[in-house]
Design a protein around this ligand. Structure first.
Ligand code: SAJ
Length: 437
């Protein structure tokens, strides 16, 4: 029996040693769940701070309880290291490293390349490699295989390779890691089977597809679907402005349709490290095949135009009160990229505040989740939402609809409000002071 056939038995018996490269919001939860399933897991990360925290049983990921982590550490089912030589000791390796965009909006697969290079150094017969980082179709087949076959070992015979996209939604109380189906595409049928066997010990459902390219494309379709529909919601908002319609009323009423419609809402732009990024991986790949991904390009144009649109609307509102942006005291409510998170990556607030600052605006922000952040080169701290703060502002602008803000008091005490998220939909008094996107 080949060492790869032998691996199936080691997975079933939990004897197989598992490696996870990249211990962030994707890798760490996966590592802990594989430990809970009975495997001995070695977590690999280049960040020594992470390693020290994990070795001390301290989790830095909201979805991973330190107590859960400590149980796995104490049971000898999880250890963390920066020593990638230990890759030689594991049978299965999950790659969970970031895939950001470069400044040119081209894919940056350098983190994948570094991980694969470490794996190549220690690749041996019977190992299964699973790439989980969101990337363009063909990365696994065209980029990873040649690097690994430099070792002289042969894919499908000596080692196995699959792609299985992450679908983790941080802080989602309903969809945890286990109850979100896991799509798996292998380079060969055996590769698919082995990867499904590993994930079948954690995920309630595994969804095998015919190739690594198919699995890569599944993930990009999921997030491109979101980006394009958000772009449509934003364009409908621009239409409703010209039609003098309330876009929020229109969308809420459309959402009463029990079939054939999915609600998306407009906003000040597209934030986060998934939705603005993943479609660009697909459009970049298609450009290399001389195929223009027109929906992605158009949605990107609409979504990335929203921050400037918000700045223009703010200037119009101040102008109605014979005020200029220049010198106006503007209080921003919410700078995180979406409600109830503290993440600033690609947040539209970064562009809106930069745009207002360039026009001479005196900008402060209040965000219960973000105590301080750097915006346009300036360190800003969240101000307390005092009556004084509200009374001395010329305009309040809601960019993120966090739940733990007293919007009634903001409208009552403060000046006019520009609400880009319909966060004030339940405010009854002084509604004439609220202008919506
Ligand atoms: N946004 C809108 N209108 C909408 C929905 C979102 O303007 O109708 C904005 C958000 O404010 C944010 C950006 O788009 O700035 C992205 O929001 P998101 O709700 O898509 O949240 P993310 O970035 O956390 O996306 C993740 C993705 N999960 C994974 O890639 C594993 C995405 O696939 C999920 O659908 C999404 O979470 C989710 O549903 O929470």
């Amino acid at each position: 029996m080949s060492k790869l056939q032998d691996l199936r038995g080691k997975i079933n018996s939990r004897e197989a040693r598992i490696g996870v490269i990249g211990l962030g919001y994707v890798g760490l939860p996966l590592a802990v769940e594989l430990g809970k399933a009975g495997f001995r897991v070695t977590g690999f990360d280049v960040d020594a701070t992470k390693i020290r925290a994990l070795e001390g049983g301290r989790s830095y990921i909201g979805d991973v309880e330190s107590s859960d982590l400590q149980v796995q550490v104490d049971a000898g089912r999880f250890k963390a290291t920066s020593n990638f030589d230990q890759l030689a000791e594991v049978d299965v390796i999950n790659i969970c490293v970031p895939t950001p965009l470069r400044k040119t909006r081209d894919p940056d697969v350098s983190f994948i390349a570094s991980a694969v290079e470490e794996i190549r150094k220690h690749l041996h017969e019977g190992q299964l490699i699973i790439l989980g980082s969101t990337t363009y179709p063909g990365t696994t087949h065209e980029f990873v295989i040649p690097m690994l076959e430099d070792s002289g070992l042969v894919i499908g015979t000596d080692f196995s390779l699959a792609f299985a996209p992450e679908r983790i939604d941080p802080a989602n109380a309903k969809f945890k890691i286990q109850n979100v189906p896991k799509v798996v595409g292998g380079e060969t049928a055996l590769c698919t089977d082995l990867a499904c066997a590993v994930f079948g010990t954690v995920f309630e459902t595994t969804v095998p597809v015919s190739s690594t390219q198919a699995a890569e494309m599944v993930k990009l379709l999921e997030n491109t679907f979101r980006a394009i529909n958000i772009g449509l919601a934003n364009e409908v908002a621009l239409m409703c402005e010209r039609l003098d319609l309330d876009v929020w009323e229109v969308i809420d009423a459309a959402a009463t349709k029990p079939y054939g419609f999915m609600k998306f809402t407009p906003g000040p732009g597209l934030g986060g490290h998934c939705i603005p990024v993943d479609p660009a991986y697909l459009s970049w790949k298609m450009k290399s095949l001389n195929f223009p991904a027109r929906f992605i390009e158009l949605a990107t144009e609409v979504n990335s135009g929203m921050p400037d649109h918000v700045v223009d609307r703010i200037a119009e509102m101040l102008n109605e009160d014979r005020l200029a942006v220049n010198g106006a005291r503007i209080l921003i409510l919410g700078v995180a990229y979406k409600s109830s998170v503290d993440d600033m990556r690609e947040s539209p607030a970064l562009d809106v505040i930069a745009g207002l600052r360039i026009r001479g605006g005196d900008i402060r922000y209040h965000d219960p989740f973000v105590s301080e952040c750097e915006i346009a080169g300036e360190l800003m701290k969240s101000v307390d939402l005092t009556d004084e703060e509200l009374k001395t502002s010329d305009l309040v602008v809601v960019l993120t609809d966090h739940p733990n803000v007293d919007y009634d008091r903001v409208v009552k005490v403060g000046p006019r409000v520009f609400d880009t998220r319909n966060a004030m939909r339940n405010v009854m008094a002084d509604r004439e002071k609220i202008t919506k996107l």
